[in-house]
Design a protein around this ligand. Structure first.
Ligand code: SAM
Ligand code: FES
Length: 342
């Protein structure tokens, strides 16, 4: 294969574990090089831009790690209207963005009818742009309706592929089996699907990470979001340690090697734990960035973890800042839709 001695696709559980353990503290430069090379064969030096619109921080779920979980009474809750969301898309479109990622907590205020109307309107006004949804678990019926209305992609991180670990991060009414079923349904329906996980989340072991890699290999998602866990002061994990850049970057590289065509973001969480975290993600095979298009007035309130970066910057500033960083790191900002290439 093309990965210069780093074909990890047929490694056993035990071998993957050994590979992770060998690279825990400092990733072998050859492995990073193989990941970069793999990405380059698939997408060249392009780094795709996605405009993120965090349209509601209400959530009916209570994920233990998440700052906007329903039982956090200290969150100032907000919802964007249809017009607010369309204005974010308009600003983004004028800046050159051709993918809009609509993300929220699981907020039942946004009915299927609301979402269908919104999707139609975005597609009418911006027919050259892709719509990515990231609003949690829904029925297959709802997913189908969103897809038929024109939504192109769906992000739903699996968070951890080990059931016992999933149960330590979520309350009883949330089940890994449901998450897995939703991901397979989304794929079956025709979405470009994004899975993903947090690195160094509480109770996570190397075996769990191996399971994450094997789950991704089996699911073959089009996109994979990998970010470090970062504590939020109003959660039960407030005193847990943040994930490390080294471990996150290692996971990005391994996922790139396992899924050469995947679209992998250099996440905001990675940029939060290290000023050059996103650059390090790109150097390990990531090829997507997701600058924020949400109104600056609500950004602070979409606080999943502490010290999130870029909450005060206007969309145009973010675009310029991230484009400059991408160029400095030796890559090319790309504003096309950036679909998955088979
Ligand atoms: N409600 C949707 C969902 O659950 O997929 C989308 C919003 S949810 C806040 C988006 C992602 O934020 C989650 O998939 C999770 O991985 C990440 N996240 C939440 N809390 C986090 C934390 N404390 N540290 C790092 N990432 C976190
Ligand atoms: Fe719902 Fe985090 S608990 S978005």
């Amino acid at each position: 294969m093309i990965t210069k001695g780093y074909d990890i696709s047929s490694l056993t559980k035990k071998e993957l574990k050994a590979l992770i353990e060998k690279n825990i503290h400092a990733t072998d430069e050859k492995l990073l090089e193989a990941a970069r090379y793999t990405r380059e064969l698939a997408y060249g030096k392009k780094v795709f831009f996605r405009g993120l619109i965090e349209f509601s921080n209400y959530c009916k779920n209570d994920c233990y790690y998440c700052g906007i979980r329903k039982s956090n009474r200290n969150v100032h809750r907000y919802r964007l209207t249809k017009e607010d969301i369309l204005n974010c898309c308009m600003t983004g479109h004028e800046l050159g963005f051709r993918t809009f990622v609509l993300q929220s907590g699981e907020d039942l205020y946004y009915t299927d009818d609301f979402m269908l109307d919104l999707i139609h309107e975005i597609k009418n006004r911006f027919p050259d742009s892709a719509i990515t949804l990231s609003m949690g678990e829904k029925s297959d019926e709802s997913y189908k309706k969103y897809f038929q209305a024109g939504a192109d992609r769906y992000l739903l991180r699996h968070e951890t592929a080990t059931e016992a670990h999933y149960n330590k991060l979520h309350p009883e009414n949330m089940r890994f089996s449901n998450r897995k079923k939703a991901l397979y349904s989304l794929k079956e329906i025709g979405f470009q699907v994004g899975a993903g996980f947090m690195v160094n989340s509480p109770y996570q072991t190397t075996d769990h990470l191996v399971n994450d890699l094997l789950f991704l290999k089996e699911l073959e998602p089009h996109m994979v979001g990998i970010g470090p866990f970062i504590p939020h002061h109003d959660t039960i994990f407030a005193n847990e340690k943040s994930g490390t850049v080294d471990m996150t970057v290692l996971m990005v590289a391994l996922v790139r090697l396992l899924l050469p065509q995947a679209l992998i973001p250099a996440t905001t969480a990675l940029g939060t734990i290290d000023p050059f975290g996103r650059e390090r993600g790109l150097q390990a095979g990531a090829n997507v960035v997701m600058p924020n298009l949400s109104p600056t007035s609500v950004r602070e309130n979409y606080s999943l973890y502490d010290n999130k970066i870029c909450t005060g910057d206007e969309a145009a500033e973010c675009k310029e800042c991230i484009s400059g960083r991408i160029r400095n790191a030796g890559f090319e900002p790309d504003f096309s839709r950036g679909d998955y290439e088979k």
